[in-house]
Ligand binder design. Structure first.
Ligand code: RIB
Length: 305
């Protein structure tokens, strides 16, 4: 089973030819709303990749809450751990340019009330993969990570958006997933090399249990695990919208690990899922299912470096 503790947002997405300069007003090509939030996206990605998934987090009692939960419900994610609180549902304002690249501003709203105490011990077994991100308060994540460690749960932390992370916390988790920007920030704060491969190698020495995965955009991802360094590279696809690609990666990785796949096999699934997620607009509508991931796996090139 995959248990996700994290954010739930409604995404307000405007497509434009290029990002505006400060003070500039541009005409948009289109506007749409989609369910989003890194926690919610990763929960749905894991469910579509074939896992049983429980999501713990919070939404408001406003008009954004039900649309934010709609695809999770349809995707079979257990939402019994989603609280309704007085703050507004989290909201992300997203600009997507003609190349599919995005700029995102998130108003956390109800996500500040995500409460680790709502996750019961029975959900944190040794068979559980616990997935967390950085869109809920640090202290909530730290509390849950410490408890999950004591209970023997395997812990995947997607350190996005970038925030400082202590060595002590890194020692408690099993898998750290970052993109190149997040890796560079973490590297700077600990005096480690910024290059993705060198970063993964160095960060992986913190503890023998820790696996480091650095996503590389269209170039796939590189992993340091058990002293070995390996990568997976996807074929080129036409990019429509990169929003949620990292979440597709994390959810598919967690689902694969949850069904007992090796880290190398899980990486292939994650890279296939992240790549496919760039081919459709919106975070949650673009998350691929298990059949689509499996169909793309033969086109992902794995190599040891
Ligand atoms: O990772 C993409 C997500 O980040 C979006 O869905 C948006 O809600 C922001 O949280």
């Amino acid at each position: 089973m995959v248990v996700v503790f994290g954010s739930i947002n409604l995404d307000l997405v405007t497509r434009i030819a290029r990002f505006p300069a400060p003070g500039e007003t541009l005409a948009a090509d289109s506007f749409a709303t989609y369910p989003g939030g890194k926690g919610a996206n990763q929960a749905l990605a894991a469910a579509r990749a074939g896992s049983t998934v429980r999501l713990f987090g919070a939404v408001g009692r406003d008009a954004f809450a039900d649309p934010a939960l709609e695809l999770l419900r349809a995707g079979g994610v257990d939402l019994g751990g989603v609280a309704r609180v007085s703050e507004r549902t989290g909201c992300a304002t997203i600009l997507v340019d003609a190349h599919g690249e995005n700029c995102i501003v998130v108003a956390a709203g109800a996500n500040v009330r995500a409460d680790p105490a709502t996750v019961p011990d029975t959900a944190l077994t040794s068979a559980t993969i616990l997935v967390l991100q950085h869109e809920v308060p640090d202290h909530a994540n730290a509390t849950l990570i410490a408890r999950a460690r004591r209970l023997g749960t395997r812990i995947v932390l997607n350190a996005a958006p970038a925030r400082s992370l202590s060595i002590e916390l890194l020692r408690q988790i099993d898998v750290l997933v970052v993109n190149e920007t997040e890796a560079a920030e973490l590297a700077a704060s600990h005096g480690w090399p910024a290059d993705a491969a060198a970063f993964a190698r160095r960060a992986g020495t913190i503890s023998s249990r820790l696996t480091i995965a650095v996503t590389l955009g269209s170039k796939g991802a590189i992993v340091s695990s058990d002293g070995a360094l390996f990568s997976a590279t996807p074929p080129r696809l036409e990019v429509v919208d990169t929003t949620g690609a990292g979440d597709a990666f994390v959810g598919a990785l967690a689902a694969a690990l949850g069904r007992g796949a090796s880290m190398r096999d899980a990486l292939g699934c994650a890279v296939a899922a992240g790549t496919l997620a760039c081919t459709i607009a919106g975070a949650q509508p673009s998350l691929p299912d298990r059949a689509a991931i499996d169909a793309w796996l033969p086109f992902v090139t794995s190599s040891a470096t």
